[in-house]
Design a binder for this molecule. Structure first.
Ligand code: FES
Length: 357
């Protein structure tokens, strides 16, 4: 049995390999000698106080450039607002906010590097490894090291630099307030926003993206249509409204549908309409398997069975796709009977009890 005791190392062979005896461990000799460190060179700022002063001014300037970048990003938020249905305005808004933040971050980075390279004390030190929890003398030494770092970096001595850095770092998070604010709905609560869509009684179902109305007689068994409500293309918030109102339309043999009594009238001769927005995290459910009548969400593979009111049969979604009740108008075009009877999209909103008011 091999011993755990340290073993002697026998001399290296011709290739510089040494062997332990007994056992299988192999220790290779260093291929190169440690060249050591080159002699220390004083920097310009070490020798010339004027150069040090110049470097200090540059660092302060860079920190205030960062402040300007942050203010610019905030100003750009208002100067280049995002307008509904105007992708050009989105581009301008993103470009100028991004430029402001890029300058703000870049200036802080350059200032910090310049500060450390040009002004902070320049010497090589060796840190010996110690156990994590050091005894009191070691802790006292750690405090001393912090103080030494403070002295050497001049953090407390160079008040202008320190204040500039604090101002730059303090200003940097403010643009985020404006950006995160845009994640909230423009008006009302998220539950209200997702409880109502453009669908209402009599709204025609139209093809996406042309906006042509759909005759019930054009929907053959096994076909699927991507549908938007009539009038959506003229809506002020076209993209937001489409994100809630998009629908998939399919026709099955009426006998294949298993519907609950309160939904008996929600389909028209086997034509059914379901929200296209996945109830998991909101991807478009766009893949229809005609033979099995399953809808598949490509994001995380949730599957919904259209023959059973879009019940979840696989995947992370936890509730069926909301169904849009439909019928036909006097000209034979498919129309909605009402809005959805529950919020569309991810199930989070379902946790509230005061929607559909
Ligand atoms: S968003 Fe559809 S499965 Fe995740």
């Amino acid at each position: 049995m091999a011993s755990n005791e340290p073993t002697d190392i026998v001399p290296a062979d011709d290739h510089g390999t040494t062997f332990t005896d007994p056992g299988t461990a192999v220790e290779r000799a260093d291929a190169f000698q440690n060249p050591g460190l080159p002699p220390h060179q004083l920097r310009v700022t070490d020798k010339d106080p004027k150069a040090a002063k110049r470097a200090e001014r540059v660092i302060v300037l860079l920190f205030y450039v960062s402040v300007i970048g942050s203010v610019f990003a905030m100003a750009a938020y208002f100067a280049f607002p995002i307008k509904p249905n105007d992708l050009g305005s989105v581009r301008l808004n993103n470009v100028f906010i991004g430029l402001g933040l890029a300058f703000a971050l870049l200036a802080i980075g350059i200032a910090a590097i310049h500060w450390s390279k040009a002004l902070m004390d320049d010497h090589e030190g060796i840190d010996i490894r110690h156990p994590v929890a050091g005894p009191p003398p070691v802790q006292a030494r750690a405090v001393e090291i912090f103080r030494q770092a403070d002295r050497e970096s001049g953090f407390n001595r160079r008040v202008l630099i320190r204040n500039g850095m604090i101002a730059a770092i303090a200003a940097l998070p403010f643009p985020a307030i404006f950006l995160f604010r845009d994640l909230a709905p423009a008006a009302g609560t998220p539950a209200e926003a997702y409880s109502h869509t453009l669908w209402k009684q009599g709204t025609r179902l139209t093809k996406d993206p042309t906006g042509d109305p759909i005759l019930a007689s054009d929907v053959t068994i096994g076909s699927v249509f991507h549908v938007i409500p009539d009038g959506l293309l003229k809506s002020d918030d076209m993209l937001e409204e489409k994100g809630k109102a998009a629908v998939l339309l399919m026709r099955l043999e009426p006998g294949d549908l298993h519907v609950s009594p309160d939904r008996k009238t929600w389909n028209y001769d086997g034509i059914v309409a379901y929200s296209k927005i996945c109830t998991h995290v909101g991807c478009p459910v766009a893949l229809y398997e005609q033979q099995t009548h399953h809808l598949l969400c490509p994001c995380h593979q949730s599957q919904f069975d259209i023959t059973r009111e879009a019940a979840v049969i696989f995947g992370p979604a936890v509730r069926p796709l909301p169904q849009l009740p439909i019928t036909v108008d006097s000209e034979g075009y498919l129309v909605a009977q009402s809005d959805f009877h529950e919020p569309v999209g991810p199930s989070f909103w379902e946790r509230r009890g005061d929607y559909n008011v």
